[in-house]
Design a protein around this ligand. Sequence first.
Ligand SMILES: Cc1ncc(COP(=O)(O)O)c(C=O)c1O
Length: 386
Amino acid sequence: MTFDYADRIKRLPPYLFAEIEKKINEKKAQGIDLISLSIGDPDLLPPKFVIEALKQEVADLKNHNYSFSQGEPDFRQAVSEWCKKRFNVDLQPDQVVALLGSKEGIANIARAFVNPSDYVLVPDPAYPVYANGSTILCDGTVVPMPLLEENNFKPDFESINTMKAKMMFINYPNNPTAATIDKKFLEQTVDFAKDNNIMICYDNAYSEITYDGYRAPSILEIDGAMDVAIEFHSLSKTFNMTGDRIGFAVGNKTLIAGLTKVKSQIDSGPPVYIQKVAVKALGAYFSSEIPEFLKQNNQTLQERRDLLVETLCKLGYKCDKPKATFYVWVNCKGDSIKFAAKLLDVGVAVTPGVGFGKYGEGYVRITFTQPSERIAEACNRITNAF
Ligand SMILES: Cc1ncc(COP(=O)(O)O)c(C=O)c1O
């Protein structure tokens, strides 16, 4: 018997990291101590009050029934209050939906709005879910928007072919380039979307992981954005809760309603106890200021960032200290897979930029979500590799 994959699965691009992954597995099998700076999964722990809340909420037997596809009312209320405090954005209850992590919402939004003939504008390089899990798995067509160093890794809207484009993904603070933006860029994005009748899916997963006083804006702060935009947020990075799978989308009512409609046929919302924990986590914000635990978290990340960037610059590799995210995007002056393989030989795994799209070639992404002493050891190894 043979079971053939659906055509949309066959259209997913080949896995570019296969060769690197084979090498990683070989090293591991040989018992080599590998430092993985390739995945953005925080080593730092959720704050203590979150763990206490989790223990309490999971023990409450009322919290083990089905939730709602749109999420618990108190969770949505907490999200609205957080958006008001953090961005001064006002939201009605029907402008919020709970997500099983923002990845789920990013993938499902296309199911609600993308038809087979529709084009979706996707940054290149980018978090792969916009092109793959979202657009291709909904039979849409990916139109890449190159993010070039000469444009500070922002799309050049004037050069984009908007024909048949219905949806656009935008992500700042950006993965993988770690680029950040100001409100002026968001105004241009909203104008471009309105002029061309394109819905904006704004991914703000890293809004709270920022340094040097930078505060990431929400696109919903921009006049008129509510007419065209949905914004995705996550507790994964803010509270070091990647495995707990909790996020949310906010914004335009029609976009939220479409996403909720899809979800009502697929899931029944995140576990109630996780939503209750999230209410307490988001309640740690009292103003637009970041709370104390996050200041400490970001201070630790910033020290690692500085060490990595200084090491790479000393070796002659161009990279700026990013104002946000836990990624360093390094111009590796050539083939990114070869560069990653060279570092693998000294026991450091990084991600070749080409894995994030054609325009990611010539760069590698290095994460700093390993304990500080491991980052220091990785820096020694990188120095010895050259
Ligand atoms: C840019 C970006 N968006 C969204 C996500 C998804 O995060 P989660 O599903 O954990 O909320 C990630 C995860 O790495 C990411 O890098």
